[in-house]
Design a protein around this ligand. Structure first.
Ligand code: ADP
Ligand code: MG
Length: 235
């Protein structure tokens, strides 16, 4: 297996801060894996994603990552003045993709995320779940090596969350992309990920391989895995 992402002894000290947000972080992600980072608020999950996305630089250690990494942010982070279609097309326009190819890709991603009917609407016309889907479609449209999702479900109701879980598993199966997802919910991580990485206080505390078949919540082993991680999470 190829390690597509690797962090070795990584430190991040934000400007004007005295305590590093990350210290001695060691982790890797293999090509095609779906990894979930969990941990309580402020433990450094988003900082790890920002490093992988290339939005910030580490102040120590080594970060290995591919060039093309796309990130979908909490709430989708869409441009309110652009239609759904144009939001999804944004990265492709920046890459100066020819119009006919751009159109084919945008149509495909809109259909894959079940938002094709909203193509000409604006983000303010959409529900939270739909906005999140647009953010994911936009990230996938540029055919990234790695897809990063920062708490994509945090503002959604349980039913919408369950649907989006299924869609992300479907995207992962269809595209075979490497996905790194952030969550603060253990159940969510165990429902989705191949491997769960637990972070605490700016570093990696432990990790767990999840080997249950999907859909996971119906599996007898689900609660056992959740309980094991919960014990460490609150230890
Ligand atoms: P999480 O996503 O797990 O909630 P973050 O990675 O956002 O955690 O933050 C980790 C720590 O770094 C927190 O203490 C947070 O306050 C701090 N932090 C995050 N972003 C910045 C920034 N731009 N400047 C200074 N401190 C930051
Ligand atoms: Mg965060």
């Amino acid at each position: 297996m190829t390690r597509i992402i690797e962090l070795k002894h990584v430190e991040v000290l934000y400007p004007l801060e005295t305590k590093p947000a990350l210290h001695d972080v060691n982790l890797f992600v293999e090509e095609g894996e779906l990894v979930c980072l969990i941990g309580s608020s402020g433990c450094g999950k988003s900082t790890v994603l920002k490093l992988i996305a290339g939005l910030i630089q580490s102040t120590g250690g080594i970060v290995t990552k591919p060039d093309r990494v796309a990130m979908s942010f909490q709430q989708g982070a869409l441009f309110p003045w652009l239609t759904v279609y144009e939001n999804v097309a944004l990265g492709l326009r920046q890459m100066q993709t020819p119009e006919d190819l751009l159109h084919r890709i945008v149509e495909r991603e809109l259909r894959a995320m079940h938002i094709h009917d909203f193509a000409l609407k604006y983000p303010s016309d959409l529900s939270g779940g739909q906005r999140q889907r647009v953010g994911i479609a936009r990230a996938l449209a540029v055919d990234p090596h790695v897809l990063l999702l920062d708490e994509p479900f945090s503002a959604l109701d349980p039913q919408t969350t369950a649907q989006l879980h299924d869609d992300i598993i479907e995207v992962w199966r269809r595209t075979k992309k490497t996905i790194v997802l952030v969550s603060h919910l253990i159940e969510e991580a165990v429902s989705l990920a191949d491997r769960v990485i637990l972070m605490k206080d700016g570093t990696v505390a432990s990790e767990y391989k999840i080997e249950l078949p999907y859909p996971r919540r119906e599996n007898d082993g689900f609660h056992k895995d959740v309980m094991k991680i919960r014990k460490d999470f609150f230890a």
